[in-house]
Design a protein around this ligand. Structure first.
Ligand code: DQA
Length: 143
């Protein structure tokens, strides 16, 4: 099993970025959590972060044939038809994750272009949400 964990813009700043919203864990901590969850679920984890929309499109394409994709697209969630089309185009089961509960925040965060093409959406669970997404994708995959 192979699962790609993709992170969008500004998530490289986690740990110091608005800690009252996103907590104190860094992206490196989240990567460790994902690798542990992957090891337990018997899945190899590919982990990346980019601040560039096209690089995220490329990373989705590179996950063709994988067991699943976990994506926190950051602000591109609320703007990107290109990421939505990429997810729809590769037909790899995808789980959308957000650290914060975007529905409890500003109106412009309530809409996601990605949710309609995702298998599941996990909001507001903090870093643990990534682990839940990996568990879900591994459990739903045929061996
Ligand atoms: C986020 C929520 C987005 O609205 C925001 O733009 C982010 C982080 C989250 O993980 O809660 O960058 O995706």
């Amino acid at each position: 099993k192979r699962i790609a964990v993709l992170n969008g813009p500004n998530l490289n700043l986690l740990g110091t970025r608005e800690p009252e919203v996103y907590g104190s864990q860094t992206l490196a901590d989240i990567e460790d959590l994902c690798r542990e969850a992957g090891a337990k679920a018997g899945a190899e984890i590919t982990f990346m972060q980019s601040n560039h929309e096209g690089d995220l499109v490329d990373a989705i394409h590179a996950a063709r044939g994988f067991t699943g994709i976990v994506i926190n697209a950051g602000a591109y969630t609320h703007t990107s038809v290109a990421l939505r089309d990429a997810i729809a185009g590769v037909s790899v089961p995808t789980v959308e994750v957000h650290l914060s509960n975007t529905h409890a925040r500003e109106e412009f965060r309530h809409h996601s272009y990605l949710s309609p093409v995702c298998r599941a959406v996990i909001l507001g669970a903090g870093p643990a949400g990534y682990g839940y997404a990996i568990d879900l994708l591994a459990a739903q995959a045929a061996d």
